[in-house]
Each structure stands twice: as structure tokens, then as C-alpha cells.
Ligand binder design. Structure first.
Ligand code: SF4
Length: 368
């Protein structure tokens, strides 16, 4: 196991902590309101990100090395929440490639969840008996450096319209399946027209009860929650759950809060899942602030994922024992209903594996 501190991390200073957030270039500000334009216009080179944030060019060589393995992609709406001049900003660290990503670390693999073994059809992962995951898109609006799917062969899992019909037939034929999870990539990268077609077709399968959408788009481009999306999502008879992905309270600005309100107004249950990440949210203070801010936005903390050992992201790892200690400490700071569940996906297991004792049923008793 290689242990190293990424060269680009420095001690945060008071001045940096109080530094202003990045300015959004005029071109991208003009595209506000048009989520597709924002998707096209996102930051795609390390140089552009460093320049916009006033960060030193000494970070460039390492950033290029990481970028060569997993390209950088940052929407301007997200970049605007990053503090300028602060190399330790918790949002920056989620998106800035580092040379540490080139380290080959023992025990870290390309497919830590072995998802490819559970895919009976392209675009479909059927790991749990009563729910399936559909890869409704092979792209994301943002490339998170710690992503456990950073090596996933999305190009092999992009169903054509005909293959979608095969998937729908598969779902129709298995009445044990009650819930469909739209994932990706990020499913909301798909067009509203395509999603409307798919969700309408899912609604026609009588034994399906719930539609769950795992997405980071409303966080990184809040304008994605537009009238068209609200129209097709609001129209389905299926119970609707949107699980956003947020790791730090600074990701949740007023625009994100407004997007959450729009979803709640059409009857969507809002949950959050995050990943415990070294240097980003591995303290009681950051987890408490995140849970509090989520609830202000009408979102309940759901899962806090233990770090999956994906090659290229070992520098984010927080050990399970440390994560469990953090959860125990959190009990003193959060009411039970704001406690996320610390879980790990173990390949081959039919459900997520809870870690530690700070599970909601216990925590509600312990901390209400
Ligand atoms: S949004 Fe999710 S799937 Fe996409 S890069 Fe980030 S963690 Fe991975």
C-alpha cells in the first residue's frame, strides 16, 4: 500500500478560509436557466479550472496526470461555490485531478463492486431480488475523482431503444421486482424526451411500485430541475424518490435548495447519499453541517458510503474503524432522523452491509 500526501494539499490558512468564491465567467452566466448549455459549457481542462480559481500553475503537471486517466469535468454552477485561491477547498478536492491518481495501490481495483457480474442485459444491473438498477445514461455532469465507477465501461452499457424494450420485457417478466433505480452515470443527463418515454413505460408494468433516481445533477446544475422534468416525473403513478449525492454542506447553495423545493412540490421523497472522503467530510463538524443543511433543503441523509477501493482514488480513503468512530461521535450532535447509515457494498452480498453500531434504529434511541 502506498501512503502519501498529495503534493497539492497544503495547510489551510485563515485568509484562504475567508477567500471569496470563484467568479463565474460571463459566457456561462448567460447560459443560466439552460441546463443543456451549462452541460456543454462546463470546465474540461485542469488549466481552465486553476485559472478560474486563481490557483498556482505548479498544480498543473499533477492535474494533467490525473486528467489523463479520468478527465476533468466541472459545471460552472458548481465551480462558483468553490472558494478562490484555496487548494484545500472541499469542493475543489472532489473535482481537481491529482498525480496521486496514478499510484497503483494494493487492494484497489477498477470495479470494486464487481457490478459487471450482475448485468444480465446491457444497461441493467440486477443484484438485489426486488429492485434493479438501470443505467439510463453513460455520462455525468461532473467527474468526481473518487467515483467507484471511474473505470466502468459505460460504452458497453448504452442500450439502444430496442435494448430498452428487452429490459422492459425483463422487468415485466419478474414480478418480484418492485423498484427501479435509474442511475448511470447520471440518469438526468439524458433528455427529458427519452426519460419521459422510459418512465411512462415503467409505469405500465403493474408490479412496479417505486421509481428511484440517483442523481448529482440537481446539485451541480440546479437548473436541471426544469418544467419538463417536473412534468414527466410528476405524471408517473410510481412513488418517486430522488437520491441526490452531496458530500459537503458548501455544495448546497440557495439554487440547489430551490431545486429541492420544486421536486418536493410534486411529491418526491428527497434523500442524500454521500461518501466519506479524507480531507473533505471526515470530521464531526463537516458531517453535522452537511446533515443540518440537507434538512434545511428538505432532504434526509440516507447513506454515508464507506470508501470503495477504486484504483486511482486511494488518497481519499478513510478506514472503516475511523468511519465508525466518527458515526459514534455524530450521535451526540445529530437527532436520530438526521443520522446517515454508514454502509459498505460488499461484492456478492445481497444487500448493503451496515458498519458500526450507529445505525438509525439505535441512534434514534440514543440521540433523540
Ligand atoms: S456523479 Fe456519481 S457517477 Fe458521476 S462521477 Fe460523480 S460519483 Fe461518479
Amino acid at each position: 500500500m502506498i501512503t502519501r500526501t498529495p503534493a497539492s494539499l497544503h495547510t489551510i490558512t485563515r485568509e484562504q478560509r475567508e477567500s471569496p468564491v470563484a467568479e463565474v465567467p460571463e459566457s456561462s452566466a448567460a447560459a443560466r436557466g439552460d441546463w443543456r448549455a451549462q452541460l456543454r459549457d462546463c470546465i474540461r481542462t485542469p488549466q481552465a479550472l486553476l485559472e478560474q480559481l486563481g490557483l498556482p500553475t505548479s498544480l498543473l503537471p499533477g492535474a494533467h496526470d490525473g486528467h489523463a486517466l479520468f478527465s476533468i469535468r466541472v459545471p460552472h454552477a458548481y465551480a462558483s461555490r468553490i472558494r478562490a485561491d484555496d487548494v484545500n477547498d472541499p469542493l475543489l478536492r472532489q473535482v481537481l485531478p491529482l498525480d496521486a491518481e496514478t499510484d497503483i495501490v494494493d487492494g484497489y481495483v477498477n470495479d470494486p463492486l464487481e457490478e459487471a457480474d450482475h448485468s444480465p442485459l446491457p444497461g441493467l444491473i440486477h443484484k438485489y431480488t426486488n429492485r434493479v438498477l438501470l443505467m439510463a445514461s453513460g455520462g455525468c455532469a461532473i467527474n468526481c475523482r473518487y467515483c467507484f465507477r471511474r473505470h466502468f465501461p459505460y460504452e458497453d452499457h448504452q442500450p439502444s431503444r430496442e435494448q430498452w424494450r428487452d429490459i422492459l420485457d425483463y422487468l415485466q417478466a419478474d414480478s418480484r421486482i418492485h423498484e427501479v433505480i435509474l442511475s448511470g452515470g447520471d440518469p438526468l443527463v439524458s433528455t427529458d424526451k427519452r426519460l419521459a418515454w422510459l418512465v411512462e413505460a415503467l409505469g405500465e408494468i403493474a408490479h412496479l411500485k417505486r421509481l428511484r433516481i440517483h442523481t448529482r445533477l440537481p446539485v451541480v446544475i440546479p437548473d436541471r430541475v426544469n418544467d419538463e422534468l417536473l412534468s414527466w416525473l410528476g405524471a408517473t403513478r410510481l412513488q418517486k424518490i430522488v437520491v441526490i449525492h452531496t458530500n459537503h454542506a458548501n455544495e448546497l447553495d440557495d439554487e440547489v435548495a430551490a431545486a429541492m423545493s420544486r421536486l418536493a412540490a410534486i411529491g418526491v421523497t428527497l434523500l442524500n447519499q454521500g461518501v466519506i472522503l479524507r480531507g473533505i467530510n471526515d470530521t464531526v463538524a463537516t458531517q453535522t453541517a452537511l446533515a443540518e443543511r440537507l434538512f434545511e433543503c428538505g432532504v434526509l441523509p440516507y447513506y454515508l458510503h464507506a470508501f470503495d477501493p477504486v484504483q486511482g482514488a486511494a488518497h481519499f480513503a478513510v478506514g472503516d474503524a475511523e468511519a465508525c468512530e466518527l458515526m459514534e461521535a455524530l450521535l451526540e450532535h445529530l437527532p436520530g432522523f438526521l443520522m446517515p447509515r454508514l454502509v459498505r457494498e460488499v461484492p456478492g452480498r445481497r444487500s448493503k452491509t451496515p458498519l458500526g453500531s450507529a445505525m438509525p434504529s439505535i441512534s434514534i434511541i440514543a440521540s433523540t
